[in-house]
Ligand binder design. Structure first.
Ligand code: CO
Ligand code: ZN
Length: 333
């Protein structure tokens, strides 16, 4: 489990530039699926099983992309200015390191400022790749970088960049490997461009036109950060009730909670005040579909050192495999 998560987190894949992570995932799942295809948005779609009587067409989504930085201009001294792709938080930048898709590495810092306690806007940060001048700079405008941070194994807990949402991708891969008998046609979608507004999931949901949608993603926790929410690390996967962009279908929430109880999987209910997931796109694309989300609690989301608890991950795997292996009964509206 850890090895897979480690492998996936270390591959750079900012929004719109998911080809390396996609090819890695495609190779891993190949022996377990009938076919894979990549659509115009770069989503990787894998179908498992066919719909038996009483079965459903279920779309399961996890996003491959991670937040990134994009070069906006290069100064005479060779300092690289950048803009954000997705929710890059200025407070996590200074002193960090990044790696560009062409392999160039650099350090981040910011313009001089006198009020040390204030967090500067992204426009006042730059990447120093060690260039002496603009001419000598090995990156150009439009090049992309991601956080450069090694996977850290802390035992029960692990830390890395891009656990959002490579742990969701890992969860989906391990589910593909485990689901043996299912009455459903399972449409696993490794989505692109979630961090800039679930763009891959939007077109995937439209084209697949499934009966039900489940997103797998991380969720921030309230256990030490003082966030106004009651999801804690190590207390099981969170079943989404609501976030800023999505009110999970109550029938889906009930089905997930019921199944978790039957399987004796510890779980939590999530009401989130920031962000959303691909479940939003699934719910409102084309004619819509009932959708919900399973979240892995995660500390320090969108920082270079996110953290999850491996027990939460293992429980999420048990729950998701259970949800997809049995007949699905959703209450009528
Ligand atoms: Co995210
Ligand atoms: Zn995410």
């Amino acid at each position: 489990m850890k090895e897979l998560i480690k492998q996936l987190t270390q591959i750079p894949g900012p929004s719109g530039y998911e080809s390396a992570i996609r090819e890695t995932i495609r190779e891993i799942i190949k022996p377990y699926v009938r076919e894979t295809r990549v659509d115009a948005m770069g989503n990787l779609i894998a179908q498992v099983g066919t719909k038996a009587p009483g079965g459903m067409r279920v779309m399961v989504a996890a996003h491959m992309d991670e937040i990134g930085l994009i070069v906006s201009h290069i100064e005479k001294k060779g300092l690289v200015r950048f803009s954000n792709l997705g929710g890059v938080l200025p407070r996590y930048l200074a002193g960090g390191r990044v790696v560009f898709l062409n392999g160039t590495r650099g350090v981040i810092n910011s313009d001089r400022h006198d009020e040390v306690s204030k967090i500067q806007p992204i426009s006042q940060f730059f990447i120093d790749i060690g260039a002496i001048s603009e001419k000598d700079c090995p990156v150009k405008i439009g090049d992309l970088a991601v956080f450069d941070r090694e996977f850290l194994d802390l035992g029960k807990r692990v830390s890395s960049k891009a656990l959002d949402d490579r742990c969701g991708c890992a969860l989906m891969i391990e589910t593909i490997q485990r689901v043996k008998q299912s009455p459903h046609e399972l449409l696993f979608v490794f989505c692109t461009q979630e961090e800039v507004g679930s763009r891959g999931a939007t077109t995937a949901a439209y084209q697949l036109d499934a009966d039900l949608g489940i997103a797998l993603d991380v969720t921030p926790v309230g256990d030490i950060l003082g966030v106004k929410m009651q999801v804690n690390l190590g207390e099981g996967p969170a079943i989404k009730v609501r976030d800023v962009g999505h009110i999970a279908d109550p029938a889906v929430v009930n089905w997930m909670v019921r199944t978790a109880r039957e399987l004796k999987v510890p779980h939590q209910l999530e009401v989130l005040d920031v962000g959303s997931t691909d479940a939003r796109a699934m719910q409102i694309s084309r004619g819509g579909m009932p959708s919900g989300a399973l979240s892995i609690p995660c500390r320090y989301v969108h920082s270079p050192s996110e953290m999850i608890d491996m027990d939460d991950y293992a429980h999420a795997l048990t729950l998701l495999t259970g949800l997809l292996s049995r007949e699905i009964k959703l209450e009528k509206k």
